[in-house]
Design a protein around this ligand. Structure first.
Ligand SMILES: Nc1nc2c(c(=O)[nH]1)N[C@H]1C(S)=C(S)[C@@H](COP(=O)(O)OP(=O)(O)OC[C@H]3O[C@@H](n4cnc5c(=O)[nH]c(N)nc54)[C@H](O)[C@@H]3O)O[C@H]1N2
Ligand SMILES: Nc1nc2c(c(=O)[nH]1)N[C@H]1C(S)=C(S)[C@@H](COP(=O)(O)OP(=O)(O)OC[C@H]3O[C@@H](n4cnc5c(=O)[nH]c(N)nc54)[C@H](O)[C@@H]3O)O[C@H]1N2
Ligand code: SF4
Ligand SMILES: [Mo]
Length: 692
């Protein structure tokens, strides 16, 4: 029961941070008189250790912000204008049910696109499962979540045999050499920095590989800045040094890998001199790091999503995951490569998702190709879009194309949100969603191996509903009678927890409600004795890749745009734009919070002095960044933080809150990376000019 009066003693309610961050913090909400009065990190949690972050510390105020959506709305203005009138839930659900039913009758279920983003990572409300049973029952198109991790996941899977496992990042505390490869933990998952600090106290050397000198790079022992998209070549060059010195672990290779002879030959195609020419890193630095890698056990590599947002991103993560197969680092706690940890949670996904509720496997629509899906899909065309937990007008590639798609008069759009965003402005119906302390959820993490239960702490404000409740009501309105569509949130949690693996660890909903979180049973060196691949080994050579039409051998796949020289594209757009994580927003979430906007400042356009000089751009100049797809505006910072030829900005700004009404995604293409249809945010050529 919720506390009703001020006299009620305060309660401390366990929860978890829902946003798309590898730290998935465990938190405690203090509730007095039915009101959340304090939010803090759980001090007892070994990873969170009592601290949240600069983005979440103001979360209780965020939940009470005056512009929070509290009631369903119907559009009254033209699409994009943002004029709405309040309606009741009954009116909203009737209209949605009628429109979806009409679309299904005329075009079939696949004309509906349930567009689910990463606003919440939960299994019950969020990206890991929310709503899937309903969409299955309606036979909608399958939303394919290509926005973030997928290229690297598929690449990891080809090497290790599972897309979402790797080294447990917490074991980096034991590493003696740490390579943060296209990873910026001080900004993007700062609790890992404590682990790295522990390793440094034990003598670890920390190297950052990133075209941009990030906050993390500035604090590391060493920073190497490659040409974007060339990391796999660097990995091969480092291995060249290792193997040339005979420092490979022959015993590990013989017992636990497949395809060594062929991979060894490939490595020898990448001597440091050649790698220097590809990556733009000087040969001495490549040799020095290669020697350090050859002689330092354990070496732990933290590779995250930033570096795989390129045409060859999948292969890059695959090849980087092979390094520890050559050095034998997978033997050791603190050795290996850490990309994702979600696969260590062996839940009963099929019970949660109910994919058996579909008559057939539907067509997939890629999250990163929203513009294309809305404007070009046929058979059937997309006639209804249901967006939740996502702000595609800010976050998804090819902003101008998306805007055109959302403007379509014959498209019925529903957006469930917390705030009026650039995307809700195009909705026919807007639905107000609950926030994390107002609903139940279950969270695993992509950056550690703890499972978190999130207990609802306070009542929902206004008429906000959780996604699960919205979907239960919508199912009823649509006359569906499959009993699983009406399961309670606890039922859903029990469904996913119903697996032999979790049972054997004694994990139940009741035990989680008791403790708030639990560490999954993951050994310190999970692959010391073998890998979850078809061969049981780490696969330098992958027969599955061959069957899927790829080069089966780990190697280097060129990016689409960044390494081009002397092409028409490279001449017209000489700079490569990287628009990675901002420190104060979480994707586009919190970019409407004035305090965060003030901390973050306007859109940065960071140029190397050579590139700025050539264009007559000085620090503080207003500039436009553009290519054939579109343009956005920002403020020039002249700095050696970026290597020549690279321009750095950040993601997340809301188009409607910045000059020029566009962010970096106006310039990003919706084309795919090499694997999984992943996004190519940083494989993007642009030019920069002073704003006239
Ligand atoms: N504060 C904050 N935290 C976040 C987020 C946020 O928006 N803000 N986003 C969250 C999300 S959704 C995710 S997926 C994670 C991502 O976590 P990270 O992967 O750590 O974050 P990114 O900033 O996307 O990328 C990391 C770095 O990759 C670099 N990079 C880009 N291209 C290349 C390349 O070709 N090679 C190499 N070596 N490096 C390259 C970028 O310059 C960037 O500094 O962070 C999460 N945490
Ligand atoms: N240029 C560039 N763009 C990028 C990236 C990049 O590196 N560069 N990174 C990409 C990455 S890694 C990711 S993961 C994507 C993320 O892209 P999206 O999945 O679109 O995530 P956000 O932009 O954070 O938008 C999430 C929205 O969901 C809302 N929300 C939060 N919780 C809930 C909830 O419980 N219910 C409902 N209904 N709404 C909720 C928030 O208010 C917010 O508006 O962005 C990508 N965009
Ligand atoms: S955004 Fe990340 S670091 Fe911040 S509270 Fe959430 S999980 Fe923790
Ligand atoms: Mo992401």
């Amino acid at each position: 029961m919720l506390d009703q009066t001020q006299k009620t003693p305060s309660r401390r309610v366990h929860g978890a941070c829902p946003v798309d961050c590898p730290d998935t913090c465990s938190w405690i909400v203090t509730v007095e008189g039915g009101r959340a009065v304090k939010l803090e990190g759980d001090r007892d949690h070994p990873y969170t250790r009592g601290a949240l972050c600069v983005k979440l510390n103001g979360f209780l105020d965020y939940a009470r912000a005056p512009d929070r959506l509290l009631h369903p709305l119907r559009r009254t203005g033209v699409k994009g204008e943002g004029r709405f009138q309040r309606i009741t839930w009954d009116e909203a659900l009737d209209e949605i049910a009628d429109r979806l039913r009409a679309v299904i009758d005329e075009h079939g279920g696949e004309a509906i696109w349930p567009y689910l983003g990463t606003g919440s990572m939960g299994m019950i409300q969020g990206v890991a499962g929310g709503g899937r049973r309903l969409w299955n029952s309606l036979g909608t198109s399958r939303h394919v979540s290509t926005i973030c991790t997928i290229a690297g996941s598929v690449g990891t899977g080809y090497t290790l045999g599972h897309n979402q496992v790797g080294m447990d990042p917490e074991t980096l505390a034991n590493s003696k050499l740490i390579i943060l490869w296209g990873s910026n933990p001080i900004t993007t998952h700062h609790h890992l920095w404590r682990v790295i600090t522990t390793a440094r106290q034990g003598g670890a050397h920390v190297v950052v590989i990133d075209p941009v000198r990030t906050r993390t790079a500035a604090k590391a022992d060493q920073h190497l800045a490659p040409v974007p998209g060339t990391d796999a070549a660097l990995a091969l060059g480092l291995l060249h040094v290792v193997v040339s010195r005979g420092a490979e672990d022959s015993d590990f290779i013989a017992r636990h890998t497949v395809g060594w002879e062929a991979f060894r030959e490939r490595i020898f195609e990448y001597p440091p001199s050649r790698v220097a020419a590809i990556t733009g890193i000087d040969e001495e630095s490549i040799i020095a790091l290669g020697e350090r890698l050859a002689t330092t056990r354990p070496t732990g590599i933290r590779v995250t999503m930033g570096m795989q947002r390129h045409g060859g991103g999948g292969m890059a993560v695959r090849t980087i995951s092979c390094i520890a197969g050559v050095t034998g680092d997978w033997r050791h706690a603190g050795g290996g490569a850490a990309y994702d940890t979600r696969g260590f949670f062996a839940g009963n996904w099929s019970a949660l998702w109910g994919d058996d509720l579909r008559a057939k496997e539907p067509r997939g629509l890629a999250m990163t190709r929203l513009g294309e899906g809305l404007l070009e899909a046929t058979d059937p065309p997309v006639k209804a879009l249901f967006v939740y937990g996502s702000n595609p007008m800010a976050s998804v590639p090819h902003q101008n194309k998306i805007r055109q798609g959302l403007e379509r008069q014959d498209l019925f759009t529903v957006v469930a949100e917390h705030f009026p965003t650039d995307t809700t402005a195009y909705a026919d119906i807007v639905l107000p969603s609950t926030m994390q302390m107002e609903h139940a959820d279950l969270h695993h993490s992509y950056g550690h191996v703890y499972l978190n239960w999130n207990e609802p702490a306070v009542a929902a404000p206004g008429e906000c509903l959780s996604h699960t409740e919205m979907f239960r009501r919508l199912a009823r309105r649509m006359g569906l009678n499959e009993p699983r569509l009406f399961d309670s949130d606890d039922d859903l949690a029990r469904a996913i927890l119903d697996s032999d693996d979790l049972r054997s660890q004694g994990i139940t909903l009741e035990s989680l409600k008791e403790t708030g979180w639990v560490r999954l049973d993951v050994p310190p060196a999970p692959f010391a004795g073998g890998f979850p691949s078809p061969s049981g080994k780490l696969e330098f050579f992958s027969a599955r890749m061959e069957a899927d039409g790829f080069d089966p051998l780990a190697g280097y796949t060129e990016p689409h745009e960044t390494t081009q020289k002397d092409t028409d594209l490279a001449r017209r757009y000489p700079l490569c734009l990287i628009s990675a994580a901002s420190h104060n927003f979480l994707n586009s979430t919190f970019a409407n919070v004035e305090r965060q906007e003030a901390r973050q400042g306007g859109i940065p356009v960071v140029l190397h002095p050579e590139d700025a000089g050539r264009r007559g751009l000085a620090d503080g100049a207003a500039a436009r960044v553009f290519n054939d797809r579109g343009e956005f505006q920002g403020t020039v910072e002249v700095s050696e933080r970026v290597r020549p030829g690279v321009v750095a900005s950040v993601k997340g700004y809301w188009p409607r809150r910045v000059a020029g009404a566009a962010n970096a995604n106006a310039t990003v293409d919706e084309r795919d990376a090499d694997m999984g249809g992943g996004a190519v945010y940083h494989d993007n050529r642009v030019e920069v000019q002073a704003l006239a």
